[in-house]
Design a binder for this molecule. Sequence first.
Ligand code: GRG
Length: 292
Amino acid sequence: MAALRDRLAAAAAAVEAELASLLSPAEDSRLFAAMRHGTLNGGKRLRPFLVLTTADICGADRGNALRVAAAVELVHSYSLIHDDLPAMDDDALRRGQPTVHCAYDEATAILAGDALLTLAFQVLVEPATHADAAVRCELVGGLAAAAGAAGMVAGQMLDLTAADTASLDDIIRLQRLKTGALIEFSCLAGASLGAADAMARRALSLYARDIGLAFQIADDLLDVDGEPEEVGKALHKDAGHGKATFVGRLGRDGAHAEALRFRDSAIDRLALLGEKADLLRAVAEYIVTRRT
Ligand code: GRG
């Protein structure tokens, strides 16, 4: 696990540098300052790590992978900025700092999120992301599908309207979209960059679906059992807002057992990839033990 932490920290530093460069316009503005506030503010950078690791496994170029990793994190940052808005979760703290609408204002936060989302696609279409335009198209289509009305946004909509009486199947469906779709794209992006075969893509896709659910269950557990200083945001919000969660449906122990079940299943999915997928196995373990 110590080795994984070092690798996570190294990947986070590399992605942070890439993001800082993408978010440094020739002329600075309030909009760019808000975009930086919502992006260059820590975070685990788990999705970028998945892009970089699957790209390594599939033999892709590191520079290309870094750009895709940054694009995914731009979309993730936009989603957090919009999720924190008064119209959604109305949160004042994110990653231990004031949320963008608190540090700036609501309209600026909406525009900063819009601009980060748009920038992600600009990054993907530029030739520096991959020499082959067909690969860039595949990445653009994949990210659009994962982030949009059949992916993360759909999941967020379901989350806003779900009752706390939602069934376990409903919660799984919601979370596969809200959290899982971007995690799955992150794992498959490395396969696209490295032109992996269908079997490897299938293994990575199934692994991603399992860790996506384990990740969300861990997030639900942190909401009830986490330390606010470690998590960096307000906790105990799910129950108070009648949210449909794994903990609400299964209880703490049941949810923890389900997270371990998804962890084990995720690790099993990697059999085909052999030892070169060891870091992904460590990620599955990390996801269910994380405190942030
Ligand atoms: C507003 C379109 C739109 C979507 C929002 C992702 C999301 C959908 C909302 C985030 C709310 C939330 C707490 C979801 C639970 C899982 C999750 C995505 C947590 C935040 O991701 P981490 O833990 O955050 O990777 P860091 O700060 O480490 O990047």
